[in-house]
Design a protein around this ligand. Structure first.
Ligand SMILES: Cc1cc2nc3c(=O)[nH]c(=O)nc-3n(C[C@H](O)[C@H](O)[C@H](O)COP(=O)(O)O)c2cc1C
Length: 202
């Protein structure tokens, strides 16, 4: 929840309160909110300054085009899929008013920067975008699914086959979010090493 009178949430508050939206509705974020989120995305750590990112904002009638690409991809993957199933695949994109696709536009054979580092950088960008949207009062759900790995979908987005779609960010007004009681306690998977001797406690 944004503090009344404040435009942006404090960074630590944003980090500690971010949750994925479960149900997302109208309105979607206005252009300036999206621009701020993308600006944050472009601050992602980036080994070698390769800028291995592509952000594609899809909204309004363009969602229809992306939905068609989902359906076409399913038809190619699974010939004979019923018209109803294809329509269901298409409709998935309408679960939020705005979709921000974050892709890793990698150099697979870069001599110094391993491909995984480029993908991780795009993942960090996706998370910065997500967090920035939350700090500005909007909800987001990061999704992948088979469409993220599909060559037809990549082509429709102007991506190369070896690029990676790291996420479809479904963005809008959060109508419900992940329940708080499901949060992990970091102490369950953290060790703090303080001594030379070892035998650390988590
Ligand atoms: C790379 C990646 C892909 C994901 N793909 C999906 C997905 O396809 N469908 C889904 O419901 N959640 C997906 N999630 C998980 C949600 O975005 C979300 O993180 C999860 O439901 C936990 O909620 P929280 O973010 O509030 O902790 C994905 C997360 C990541 C990091």
């Amino acid at each position: 929840m944004l503090t009344i009178g404040a435009k942006y949430m404090d960074a630590i508050e944003a980090l500690k309160t971010r949750s994925s939206a479960v149900k997302i509705g109208e309105p979607g974020p206005p252009d300036d909110v999206i621009a701020t989120a993308l600006e944050a995305g472009a601050r992602a750590p980036d080994h070698g300054m390769l800028r291995p990112w592509k952000f594609i904002v899809v909204r309004g009638p363009a969602l229809d085009r992306l939905g068609d690409a989902f359906a076409r991809a399913l038809e190619i993957r699974e010939p004979g899929t019923s018209a109803a199933e294809l329509e269901r695949a298409k409709q998935k994109i309408f679960r939020a008013p705005v979709n921000i696709i974050v892709a890793a536009t990698v150099e697979p054979d870069h001599p110094k920067i391993a491909e995984i580092e480029q993908v991780v950088s795009a993942g960090a960008a996706a998370q910065y975008i997500t967090l920035s949207l939350h700090a500005q009062g909007f909800g987001c759900r990061w999704r992948t699914g088979v469409a993220a790995y599909d060559a037809t979908v990549k082509a429709a987005l102007g991506l190369k086959v070896h690029d990676h779609i790291v996420g479809f960010l479904y963005v809008g007004t959060a109508l419900s979010v992940t329940p708080e009681h499901t949060r992990a306690d970091h102490r369950g998977f953290t060790e703090v090493w303080n001594s030379e001797a070892g035998g650390e406690q988590s």
